[in-house]
Design a protein around this ligand. Structure first.
Ligand code: HEC
Length: 159
């Protein structure tokens, strides 16, 4: 009897210990997710900047090409940057990932696919070297790609 009780107690203790562990690793995971997300978004900011620099006559076409090519890759990775349970304010950033990302996941995916298509179009324009075409594709990506998603799914942290 006593042995059975002891075993049960051991089982309970083990279960509690394991739950504690998985909570700790979940927290660790969220931290990693938020860090990767922020790094990727910042990287996109830099890549957009490389195209902008070319348009402003401050950067060369080769760098604009690299930036645009990177954007076609990073915009496709966005869904992986937002696993469920990783909403809320980014502790090292200025933004909140809104709950609508997960409650309206299809709409979020639509916004991501739109941005990815516009990044593809920007790369085509940059590769053509035609400045007017690059400018049009650049503005379209900024406003209707990155900007549209940010307006709906991102919020500035009030500090
Ligand atoms: C499908 C939605 C979506 C698209 C498309 C998107 N973003 Fe974001 N972006 C977000 C969300 C949500 C956040 C806030 C996430 C966070 O802070 O953890 C964010 C945050 C950012 C940040 C702030 C990072 C920081 O913490 O300093 C930058 C910069 C950024 N995005 C740039 C871009 C650029 C440039 C593009 C287009 C090439 C883009 N994003 C496309 C959803 C998107």
């Amino acid at each position: 009897m006593l042995v059975v009780l002891r075993l049960r107690l051991l089982g309970v203790l083990l279960a509690i210990g394991m739950a504690g562990l998985s909570v700790a690793s979940l927290a660790q995971d969220k931290e990693t997710v938020l860090k990767n997300r922020q790094e990727t978004m910042k990287e996109q900011g830099k890549d957009v900047g490389a195209v902008k620099a070319f348009l402003d006559g401050k950067g060369d076409l080769a760098q604009a090409k690299t930036g645009a090519a990177n954007l076609t890759q990073t915009t496709k990775k966005i869904p992986d940057l937002f696993p469920p349970g990783t909403g809320g304010p980014n502790p090292t950033g200025d933004y909140v990932a809104k709950p609508a990302i997960w409650s309206d996941w299809n709409k979020f995916l639509e916004a991501q696919k739109t941005a990815a298509a516009k990044a593809d179009a920007l790369l085509v324009a940059v590769n053509s070297g035609d400045k007017a075409a690059i400018e049009a594709a650049f503005n379209d990506l900024g406003k209707n790609g990155c900007g549209a998603c940010h307006t709906t799914f991102r919020e500035k942290i009030e500090k």
